[in-house]
Write a protein that binds this ligand. Structure first.
Ligand code: SF4
Length: 343
């Protein structure tokens, strides 16, 4: 049997990373008032020393050398820590360097990430002055109980106030949320995404919680107070979140932690849903549900065991799935030959 699938709606929120370049600059654990239980920012960013103005310039120059002259947008992103919590002079030093490249037309925008309780009018006036285009808030959860157990040091109300203020300043709003926080359940994560979507962020980043050495969560894990998610559980929870996102136009700009020397599936010191390609597993699972729904509607696979799925060329590998998980799933469960063809 042949099945033509569109998949545009199922995958519409995932942005194609190839459409833009990002110059990442990690400011490890700068500006944080506390240690959130799951965080060891220095291990996450793989960077242990302080960042200077000169480092920022060198990093941008280094990346610009490798970028071609295509039409892709180029963005400088200050990740890690809480950018707007660091000394204001330091913020301005970093932003001055990046803004010079914006003024020369060499980059298109500046992005920063910060805590929801570190946003106010004074901060946003500085961000506007230095052409910060996007602010990502580390929301993590909208369940105050989960925020408390995770020792975030802010409440869901801070997220609401900060999100509104960022919109008022005409700055693009991003939210970061996490699956698998201590005290969190599927229900609180669905609640979180619904509350976030009410605040109309343009972008979303979804991180699974990893148990990282030297974090408080590591001790909680060793004392059996915290049980990390499996990859399958993380995939299922992300799918619930994405189903909510599909009702809106929000862009999912990242799903899963970025691999570094420290944060990689090869690192045996990490526990939890550690995967270098969680997003591919989640997308493959969403597509698998769709294919299964269609197979059950049109049961002709019961006679014709040759199931051929026709999709746009760009979706072929997602349909097959990483390590061919979807192909294996359908062949085993439905006793068919499963082929995907791109057009
Ligand atoms: S605010 Fe962010 S960077 Fe700072 S400790 Fe918490 S999770 Fe880590």
């Amino acid at each position: 049997m042949n099945l033509n699938l569109d998949l545009k709606n199922e995958l519409k929120n995932f942005i194609n990373k190839k459409e833009q370049y990002t110059i990442p600059i990690f400011i490890p654990h700068k500006g944080c008032p506390n240690n959130c239980v799951f965080c060891n920012q220095k291990k996450i960013s793989g960077q242990l020393t302080d960042v200077t103005q000169n480092d920022v310039k060198e990093r941008i120059d280094e990346y610009l050398k490798y970028y071609d002259n295509s039409d892709k947008k180029i963005e400088v992103a200050f990740f890690g820590g809480s950018f707007t919590g660091i000394d204001i002079k330091k913020q301005i030093e970093y932003l001055e360097v990046a803004n010079e490249y914006v003024k020369k037309g060499l980059i298109d925008g500046i992005r920063i990430s910060t805590r929801p309780d570190y946003i106010d009018n004074n901060i946003l006036n500085v961000m506007k002055k230095y052409n910060v285009k996007t602010i990502e808030l580390g929301v993590q959860s909208m369940d105050d109980k989960v925020l408390d157990i995770s020792k975030r040091g802010h409440t869901s109300d801070d997220v609401v106030q900060a999100s509104k203020l960022i919109h008022d300043y005409g700055i693009v709003l991003g939210h970061q949320i996490m699956v698998g926080l201590p005290g969190s359940t599927i229900e609180s994560e669905i609640y979180t995404i619904k509350e976030c979507l009410k605040l109309k962020p343009e972008q979303l980043r979804i991180y699974p919680v990893y148990v990282i050495p030297d974090s408080e969560l590591y001790a909680m894990y060793e004392n059996s107070v915290y049980k990390p998610l499996s990859i399958k559980e993380a995939v299922d929870r992300c799918k619930y979140i994405i189903h909510e996102c599909q009702k809106t136009d929000i862009s999912i700009i990242r799903l899963g932690l970025q691999s570094t020397n420290e944060i990689t599936a090869k690192n045996k010191e990490l526990y939890g849903p550690v995967s270098d390609n969680l997003a591919e597993y989640v997308m493959a699972s969403i597509v698998r549900d769709k294919i299964e729904e269609e197979l059950k509607k049109d049961r002709s696979y019961e006679q014709d065991k040759n199931v051929i799925i026709f999709v746009s060329k760009k979706y072929v590998s997602i349909c097959v799935g990483p390590k061919k998980i979807n192909k294996i799933y359908f062949e085993n469960k439905y006793n068919v030959r499963f082929t995907v063809k791109g057009g």
